[in-house]
Design a protein around this ligand. Structure first.
Ligand SMILES: NC(=O)c1ccc[n+]([C@@H]2O[C@H](COP(=O)([O-])OP(=O)(O)OC[C@H]3O[C@@H](n4cnc5c(N)ncnc54)[C@H](OP(=O)(O)O)[C@@H]3O)[C@@H](O)[C@H]2O)c1
Length: 273
């Protein structure tokens, strides 16, 4: 059994919900946070504390950390999991929507991390676990803003890892592949809204159809696969710097690393057209 206090963001659904449950089963005191608190009733019944947290709202971010520190006096593990796909052709996605993607997937978790770091630094221990994506290493069409945010979060996390090493605080990146969660519905909805009509419609709708089929099928991994990886990272004496996990994560990263750009582009085109 493990002890310590953990905060998991985006815990009302998918990977975050599964992670909160597994961490609780491992013995952690778990705080689950998300905008839709009503969706976390089952977690509450499981002995998990729930808090409202919209990562675009600085006051809620500060209140979330303050509440946990008032009650527990410590935060040992922060799991920056919340995120969503702002899909659509670059030309079609309004810049306000692109900024929102960065607020939720980069600046919100960055602000939350800033508030947690002094506590971990003083304790000379702690683990920040950032859920990025294999999409933080490669690219697909109609996902430029999502890839941009996840690439940014990867680079930010790498730099933070080096900054925090002298203070005994670990920073871990987890790069999920395809995971069966409501993320697929959000992706398809956002893609159709942005590019379902207009110059990119044919290819965008084909991508939306293919994605909907993939997420409805059985090939994608269960969110518990990522939850187990989070527990591994949170309980390791010396966690790895990054873990790739879930459907096609490792082959996708391997191909991106070793194929030249145009060969990788052709591979992606053949898979999406
Ligand atoms: N599923 C995949 O294939 C996959 C692959 C690679 C990486 N990922 C990453 O894994 C993470 C979790 O995704 P998931 O698949 O579990 O998706 P999900 O089931 O759609 O869950 C997304 C979570 O993020 C929360 N969220 C959305 N907007 C937010 C905001 N403004 N502030 C705070 N929280 C917000 C949602 O809360 P509400 O529902 O309460 O709004 C929800 O709890 C994301 O970072 C995603 O990019 C997923």
């Amino acid at each position: 059994m493990s002890s310590g206090t953990v905060l998991v963001t985006g815990a009302s659904s998918g990977i975050g919900e599964s992670t909160a449950r597994l961490l609780k089963e491992q013995g952690f005191t778990v705080y689950a946070a998300a905008p839709r608190v009503d969706r976390m009733k089952a977690l509450e019944a499981h002995g998990i504390h729930v808090l409202p947290l919209d990562l675009t709202d600085n006051a809620l971010i500060e209140a979330c950390v303050e509440t946990i520190l008032d009650r527990e006096g410590r935060i040992d593990v922060l799991v920056n999991n919340a995120g969503y796909p702002a899909y659509g052709a670059v030309e079609d996605v309004p810049i306000a929507d692109a900024r929102h993607e960065f607020e939720v997937d980069v600046f919100g978790p960055a602000r939350l991390t800033q508030l947690v770091l002094p506590v971990m630094r003083a304790a000379r221990s702690g683990t920040i676990i950032n859920i990025t994506s294999v999409g933080g290493k490669f690219h697909t069409p109609f996902a430029a803003w999502y890839h941009a945010a996840k690439h940014a979060f990867e680079g930010w996390s790498d730099a933070l890892r080096v900054e925090m090493a002298p203070f005994g605080v670990d920073v871990v990146i987890i790069e999920p592949g395809g995971i069966r969660t409501p993320f697929g519905d959000t992706l398809v909805e956002n893609l159709r809204k942005a590019s379902g009509s207009g110059p990119y419609a044919a290819a965008a709708n084909k991508t939306a159809d293919g994605t909907a089929k993939l997420f409805a099928g059985k090939r994608l991994s269960d969110p518990s696969v990522v939850a187990k990886t989070v527990v591994k990272a949170a309980t390791a004496a010396r966690p790895r710097t990054r873990y790739a996990t879930g459907y096609q994560a490792k082959p996708a990263l391997f191909l991106r690393k070793f194929l030249p750009d145009r060969a990788f582009d052709r591979l992606i085109e053949s898979m999406t057209s």
